[in-house]
Design a protein around this ligand. Structure first.
Ligand SMILES: [Zn+2]
Length: 352
């Protein structure tokens, strides 16, 4: 295969690369379209294959020629062709995002230097990380809608990641299958252990489960795929991203003045965790690389790195605490509302 590629004239090779990229983007968009179906139906316990895609407004089945990812939405200007009811902009966004992620994973094997991506050591890993990226998109979107992370992704993904690590030990920088498997096992244990510790501490300190058990299981999958170092960096990155998302949501709420000041803005941690895992997969090497380089340089550099890193970590921790308190408050308010409703529920039926 490699010899065949090397023997090819450069012009043809460029052409082949363009065809491959176009194919990958189309594949990503089509998979993204399927992910939209999964995001809508899995939390409701519906089948993802039947019935076929239909309009939520009029219930009409959408014909295949109006179900082309991204393009159909743009051509129809976000409205159903039959009844004109609006179609959420989320659908083309998920499709475009999946296409972009598929392309980036492909490029990290084909031409990582182009965008400073991590180098994917083997082409066989491309479908593995496509699957990972797709499952992450589904988990993040479902978490945003329903505040749940799917067990089937974490619990099916972890054994799969262990098997992949044994089959492709290069993923963990190992050369033999048992070293690859060991690195993956250690990573999974670290992910589960650290996640469990955070969940336990959150419960002890704030008397409320802040860091959900879904997060813990998802961290286990990250560990199996990226090793224990990956888990640590993903957690740090997620806390930092969560801080930015939290502040962004607060500012947005303040600007709109839609929500009163004391309305809880509880942001699920899932989106931050998913984004961090994808960033680690695509550009992760820059974090330890940057830190190591700074360590090797003069004290000035070290000072700059520590000067940035320590406030970032401190802010992230403060944000985590803030978020936990917010959720605790929201739960308390919910409970209070429920107890208020209870007498109505328990209203005895009038005796004849
Ligand atoms: Zn319709």
């Amino acid at each position: 295969m490699n010899e065949w590629l090397i023997a090819m004239p450069e012009e043809q090779l460029t052409h082949l690369a363009r065809v491959a990229i176009a194919f990958v983007v189309c594949l990503g968009a089509v998979i993204g379209s399927f992910l939209n179906v999964c995001i809508c139906r899995i939390p409701l316990g519906q089948s993802v294959s039947r019935p076929r895609s239909h309009c939520f407004g009029c219930g009409k089945t959408i014909p295949w020629y109006l179900n082309i990812p991204i393009l159909s939405w743009v051509i129809l200007r976000g409205r159903c062709a039959n009844c004109g009811s609006p179609i959420s902009v989320r659908y083309p966004i998920v499709e475009a995002l999946t296409a972009l992620l598929f392309l980036l994973v492909f490029l990290s094997w084909g031409n990582p230097g182009l965008l400073g991506l991590n180098r994917l050591p083997q082409p066989e890993l491309i479908p593995v990380f496509w699957l990972f990226a797709a499952s992450t998109v589904v988990n993040v979107m479902i978490d945003l809608d329903h505040r749940i992370l799917l067990d089937r992704i974490s619990l099916l993904g972890t054994p799969l990641a262990l098997a992949v690590s044994a089959a492709f030990p290069l993923l963990h920088g190992a050369t033999t299958w048992h070293h690859g498997l060991l690195a993956s096992l250690v990573g999974a244990a670290a992910g589960f252990g650290i996640g469990f510790a955070i969940a336990w501490l959150g419960e002890k300190i704030f008397l409320q489960d802040a860091f959900g058990f879904g997060d813990v299981k998802w961290l286990m999958l990250f560990g199996a795929l990226f090793g224990w170092v990956g888990v640590l960096y993903i957690l740090m990155l997620a806390a930092f991203l969560g801080l930015i998302m939290g502040l962004g949501a607060m500012i947005a709420a303040k600007c709109r003045r839609a929500a009163p000041d004391d309305a809880p803005i509880a942001i699920p941690f899932g989106p931050a965790l998913g984004a961090a895992a994808l960033l680690w997969l695509l550009w992760g090497r820059w974090i330890p690389y940057g830190l190591l380089r700074a360590q090797a340089f003069a004290v000035v550099h070290r000072g700059v790195v520590l000067g940035i890193l320590i406030p970032v970590l401190a802010l992230s921790l403060v944000w985590l605490c803030w978020r936990i308190r917010r959720i605790r408050q929201a739960v308390r308010e919910e409970e209070a509302a429920e107890t208020e409703l209870e007498p109505i529920d328990d209203d005895p039926a009038p005796h004849p």
